[in-house]
Design a protein around this ligand. Sequence first.
Ligand code: PLP
Length: 226
Amino acid sequence: MCDLFRMNDISENLKSILHKISRTAREYNHAPEGVTLVAVSKMQPPEKIAAMLAAGQRVFGENRVQDAQERWSDLRGQYADLILHLIGPLQTNKVRDAVGLFDVIESVDRPDIVRALAREMKKQGRDLPCFVQVNTGAEPQKAGVWPGDLPALLSLCAQESLRVGGLMCIPPATEPPALHFAFLRQLAQQHGLAQLSMGMSSDYEKAVALGATHVRVGTALFGARE
Ligand SMILES: *Cc1c(COP(=O)(O)O)cnc(C)c1O
């Protein structure tokens, strides 16, 4: 009973969020199919993830390499079309595992990680698309390259043949997110990057309005984390 209820809940949440994404995209003249919903499954119970998979969702985001490995290694075999995004900070000693498991790395933010990812991708023969994470609010405690250091980091990515398709940000909790989304879009335009990963449960519609190609939604889809 309980599982059945949750299952319906989750598929309703998914439908409703996909609907809001399409509606907002159309309203602001963006192609709805150009926006990918990344379902952030970190710290969610396996039953809810199973329900999300049953509802047809295939793109998921995780912020820790080891948790993601435990959760997704087996499921990978069952769902050939699964796409896993790493959205959390990456340490150099986790790069090998990250490259082995994930399909997209969203948290490229410093030179040693660029070099380590490039080396490991060559070794494993996996040419994964990446996003560079920008610390748009220049918050000292937060991951992401500072906006002023972005050009040099992108040059290094090019030199190392890392496939960067876009930029990602997590705006400061205390500021209007739209300012940061607009700033990220401007930075991406300056560097000829087409993809923008921005927007979470509380602000994904604003992000879509401002041109997000990827929104990362956790609690609005799954409910509160454990
Ligand atoms: C947890 C997390 C999210 C999802 O947050 P919600 O508010 O639950 O939607 C999105 N992006 C990143 C980088 C996260 O760590």
